[in-house]
Design a protein around this ligand. Structure first.
Ligand code: SF4
Length: 118
């Protein structure tokens, strides 16, 4: 089976084509113009990750919600769970950009941090 993945590492947006075996393993890879594309496409096929961005409620702030993100990417299949958990978080002002709002978010070893002062 052939699988196309657009590399997003740089603006060249190479169309990386993976030949994937029945067991899901990558048999060959073409279309990347550099080694970073090989690393990106292989990871995107085997264990895709994304940085979660969301908002949480805030008590005592000038705004009722605070924008947050994970400080490292998390598995893509954890994004929905992460959004649901973030929707139940209540933080207390004052908050400084970079403050940890939830430590060890979802038990994944990443933190949910504030992306602005409030
Ligand atoms: S494969 Fe290399 S050149 Fe192509 S988009 Fe990815 S990083 Fe850029």
């Amino acid at each position: 089976m052939l699988k196309h993945i657009t590399c997003t590492v740089c603006p060249m947006s190479c169309d990386v084509v993976l030949k994937v075996g029945e067991d899901g393993k990558v048999l060959s890879l073409t279309g990347n113009r550099c080694a970073r594309g090989k690393v990106y496409a292989t990871k995107e096929h085997t264990a895709p990750e994304r940085t979660l961005t969301s908002i949480v409620r805030v008590n005592g702030g000038v705004h009722p919600v605070l924008p947050v993100r994970t400080n490292k990417p998390i598995p893509k299949d954890k994004l929905k769970e992460g959004m649901l958990v973030a929707a139940k978080v209540n933080a207390n002002a004052p908050i400084t950009m970079g403050d940890v709002i939830v430590k060890d978010f979802l038990g994944l070893g990443v933190d949910l941090v504030a992306t602005r002062d409030l």
